[in-house]
Design a protein. Structure first.
Length: 204
């Protein structure tokens, strides 16, 4: 999670709440137009399991990165931020630690997204709440460990604006691997008979 300064009044929980709420609002606002495609990792994951055409992936990813870059440039200009006020992600500890955490939290996020966006059995009206809540929980848990990016575009945008690329590969590779894993994990159990799931649970 980006460090916005020592005098930040919101604090870590406040940032996580705003982050989750913003994600929820975006799902309800543009979800019917672009689905959950404001994240390159999500787009690539959907394409990997044939729920989105590969030929459209480059255009979506470019648009997502461009939007992130413009948003960060706007943020920098509005708040007159200096070069040392980087709002992107840099691994707080080792690159490996942040990479593993990004894979795990993006796996959870994509698992939820796949469930509520692509499965007709899920309650579609609660998709925004489910996704936003997952982002909130991931941010609270993983923020101090990896920055909780979960979105390559979110990390690439500020890196381009502030010309800061330290550990950027972590926030590109981690979310993509995690998202593909989450999408395939849900699709693996999607059509499994409930009787078979219950039988397996009773054996534990």
């Amino acid at each position: 999670m980006a460090d916005v300064g020592k005098n930040n009044m919101a604090g870590h929980p406040g940032i996580a709440i705003v982050w989750g709420a913003a994600r929820m609002v975006m799902v309800y606002t543009i979800g019917h137009v672009s689905g959950a495609h404001i994240n390159p990792a999500v787009t690539i994951a959907f394409a990997s399991c044939r729920r989105f055409p590969w030929k459209e992936v480059p255009g979506y990813v470019i648009a997502q990165i461009l939007a992130s870059t413009l948003a960060n440039e706007t943020l920098r200009l509005i708040f007159n931020m200096t070069h040392d006020q980087f709002v992107g992600n840099v691994p707080p500890g080792s690159d490996l630690q942040s990479l593993v955490m990004e894979i795990i939290i993006t796996f959870y996020l994509m698992f939820v997204i796949t469930a509520v966006i692509t499965d007709d059995r899920a309650t579609g009206q609660l998709a925004g709440v489910a996704i936003g809540s997952t982002v909130l929980l991931n941010a609270i848990f993983a923020g101090p460990i990896s920055g909780a990016s979960m979105n390559p575009a979110r990390s690439i945008g500020p890196s381009l604006v502030w010309n800061e690329y330290k550990g950027l590969w972590v926030y590109i590779l981690g979310p993509i691997v995690g998202a593909i894993g989450g999408a395939w994990a849900y699709n693996t159990i999607r059509f499994k008979p409930m009787s078979e799931i219950s039988k397996g649970a009773s054996r534990q």
